[in-house]
Design a protein around this ligand. Structure first.
Ligand SMILES: Nc1ncnc2c1ncn2[C@@H]1O[C@H](COP(=O)(O)OP(=O)(O)O)[C@@H](O)[C@H]1O
Ligand SMILES: O=c1ccn([C@H]2C[C@H](O)[C@@H](COP(=O)(O)O)O2)c(=O)[nH]1
Length: 274
């Protein structure tokens, strides 16, 4: 008998909380407890907890908020390719990073401007990235599972942080972005259920970046990818820098595309929280 995706998500997620497949830190424990208490072990019925719920007409409460999976990783690590792979999955909505918007907002290219002069345009780009990420996080979902590329968290903890730590963002800009970020996280629902981290070497990303040849990114040196890589590792693997909003599934993404796709197929269940 075929079990609906949401029901399987429910069963597996509850089961996997006890496994060691994730890199868990102290900050993720409360999230796990909330998931565990919210998900029934045999169906997609919510029994209270982290999700808002409504009556299904039979007296039972059903999930109204979908499971959110964020695919994280360095620039050109293969996130879009990963989302492409899963894009035909039934009961799954996929949201790629809105790079097209970052390259063209009412005729302006904040991504290009930031790479040309990060001191001047870092705040501009990151304010817009934060808005577009918030838009995706809060989009009402019609499917039980939603997968998005990166998140409002990596925009802040990786990219804003990198600009600031490298001395390319004035303290006042960093303070304003932090105020915005903290307000958003406190007052809106940006909760995440699983982070899939595509772990790559900066050298692998550098080769893929050159192959992709996005005009704005021609100026990116290998050192920049090292900086982003280290921030990701501190956040999601060592878990020493910022709060981790969800359990983390780490995938070695250095392998060739065919092999990655094979891996995604073989591990479909754990990647989609089934
Ligand atoms: N596993 C892989 N092996 C080789 N090339 C890859 C692999 N994954 C992605 N690519 C290529 O590398 C480039 C960047 O991949 P992409 O999925 O756009 O990365 P991201 O979304 O993380 O920036 C693209 O040209 C893509 O076709
Ligand atoms: O918060 C952010 C998020 C992304 N960027 C940059 C990094 C890349 O040049 C593009 C898109 O990233 P991909 O990894 O290729 O998807 O946007 C940023 O500057 N700030």
């Amino acid at each position: 008998m075929s079990v609906p995706l949401a029901a399987r998500a429910c069963m597996r997620l509850s089961g996997r909380i006890q496994t060691s497949a994730f890199h868990l830190g102290a900050t993720t424990a409360p999230v796990l407890r909330r998931i565990a208490s919210a998900l029934c072990s045999s169906c997609n019925i919510m029994h209270g907890g982290m999700f808002s719920s409504g009556s299904a007409g039979n007296g039972l409460k059903h999930r109204e908020k979908s499971t959110l999976i964020c695919v994280e990783g360095n620039i050109a690590s293969g996130k879009t390719s990963c989302l492409d792979f899963f894009s035909n999955t039934a009961d799954l909505e996929v949201y790629k990073e809105p790079v097209a918007k970052w390259r063209n907002v009412r005729g302006h290219n904040p991504l290009g401007l930031m790479y040309q002069d990060p001191n001047k345009w870092g705040l501009t780009l990151q304010t817009y990235v934060q808005l577009t990420m918030l838009d995706i996080h809060t989009k009402p979902s019609i499917s039980p599972v939603k997968m998005m590329e990166r998140s409002i968290y990596s925009a802040k903890y990786i990219f804003v942080e990198n600009l600031y730590q490298s001395g390319k963002m004035p303290e006042v800009d960093y303070a304003i972005l932090t105020e915005w970020f903290e307000w958003i996280v406190k007052n809106t629902d940006t909760s995440v259920d699983l982070i899939v981290y595509l772990q790559t070497s900066p050298e692998t990303c550098y080769q893929r970046l050159k192959k992709r040849c996005r005009e704005e990114e021609r100026v990116i040196p290998l050192e920049y990818l090292y900086a982003i890589h280290n921030l990701y590792e501190d956040w999601l693997v060592k878990q020493t820098s910022f709060p981790v909003p969800a359990p983390v599934l780490v995938i070695d993404a250095n392998k060739e595309l065919e092999e990655m796709n094979r891996h995604y197929e073989e591990n479909r269940g754990s990647i989609l929280s089934l």
